[in-house]
Design a protein around this ligand. Structure first.
Ligand code: TYM
Length: 329
């Protein structure tokens, strides 16, 4: 079977180190092993209200972020979801075989709809059918994501199997890929919940565009546990374990070595060194994002090429899907 890796991020608010460590960092490695497609999922972004001018800007900023994090347009197709209309067409078709009860079970929908109260659009509910379409359209075999997307991936697999059963073998049933550590980075101000772009306070996350001063400030203010010990145990020491995970991903130092290194030193020295390590990781990315943003012509060419490649694959697949379903003449 020909392997293909597909993943995407919503162009909303900021990209934070949770997105980086949980997703993009492993994408950069994947592209050396498999053909890859990385999508900017702007149609998913509008499932909650967006300011149009800001959304456009976020699309370009996210494309710049992909490049700044090491995604290489020579190896990977980088493109905007809304520029390949087949995503929405397939989402509609998959929506007809997705059960309401399945969508009602989605944690992300439940969380987001509780926050929004009455103001919940149908798009937020059917969001997983569009995500399934993104993935199945390209005969994707591997989907590298953070832990919060696993439930959507499971539904994608269910829908793919159901379609194949009903209409004949059409879609590959994809596998998800999550990191051993770092698949769920927790909020700096509240380590009981995941780090989130839509958190009320910006102290919850470190964005890839944060200044060195902001990174230091946020780490200094990050919640810690009460016993003052640097040791990895997410159950009893969720705050410090989360900070250790960030440290490990920024430096490669193991949890065991971190514990030995900071024995008896308390949180002060640990936090200062963690901030320095994060600055060293983020600063080059931040500078590259600005570089790509300052050259919209080159960025445009990369997105045009990505769109053309994606479109060719998507058109071919949709011909088969329409025929299987019996659409048209
Ligand atoms: P999104 O935009 O919320 O997040 C993008 C990626 O970042 C991961 N992530 C995290 N990883 C670790 N710790 C965290 N705190 C954290 N927060 C987010 C997410 O798991 C994700 O991998 N529905 C998707 C976007 C999408 C998609 C797709 C992904 C649309 N179509 C097809 C894969 C394949 C989403 O909202 O991700």
């Amino acid at each position: 079977m020909k392997e293909l890796c597909f993943s995407g991020i919503q162009p909303t608010n900021v990209v934070h180190i949770g997105n980086y460590i949980g997703a993009v960092k492993q994408w950069a490695d994947m592209q050396h092993r498999y053909p890859c497609m990385f999508c900017i999922v702007d149609l998913h972004a509008i499932t909650v209200p967006q300011d149009p001018a800001t959304l456009r800007q976020n699309n370009l900023r996210l494309a710049s972020t992909y490049l700044a994090c090491g995604l290489d347009p020579k190896r990977s197709h980088i493109f905007l979801q809304s520029e390949v209309a087949e995503h929405t067409e397939l989402a509609w078709i998959l929506g007809t075989i997705t059960k309401i009860a399945e969508l009602e079970r989605m944690t992300q929908f439940k969380d987001k709809s509780i926050k929004r109260g009455e103001n919940v659009g149908v798009g937020l509910f059917t969001y997983p059918a569009l995500m399934a379409a993104d993935i199945l359209l390209y005969d994707t075999t591997i989907v590298p994501v953070g832990e919060d997307q696993l439930q959507h991936l499971e539904l994608t697999r269910t829908v793919a199997r159901r379609f194949n059963q009903q209409f004949g073998e059409t879609f590959i049933v994809p596998k998800s890929l999550v990191q051993e550590t770092g698949a769920r980075i927790m909020g700096l101000d509240d380590p009981t919940g995941k780090m989130s772009k839509s958190a009320k306070s910006s102290l919850n996350y470190i964005a890839l565009t944060d200044s060195d001063e902001d990174i230091l400030k946020k780490i200094k203010k990050a919640v810690t546990d009460s016993d003052g010990i640097i040791a990895y145990d997410p159950l009893t020491r969720p705050a410090v374990s989360n900070l250790m995970t960030l440290f490990h991903h920024a430096t490669g130092i193991t949890m065991k070595d971190l514990t030995a290194q900071y024995e008896g030193k308390g949180y002060g020295a640990f936090k200062q060194d963690l901030a320095d390590a994060l600055i060293a990781m983020i600063k080059p990315i931040r500078e590259k994002i600005e570089h790509y943003m300052s050259d919209p012509a080159s960025l445009g060419k990369i997105l045009d090429a990505g769109r053309d490649e994606a479109k060719a694959l998507a058109e071919a697949k949709m011909k088969i899907v329409r025929e299987r379903v019996g659409l048209g003449r």
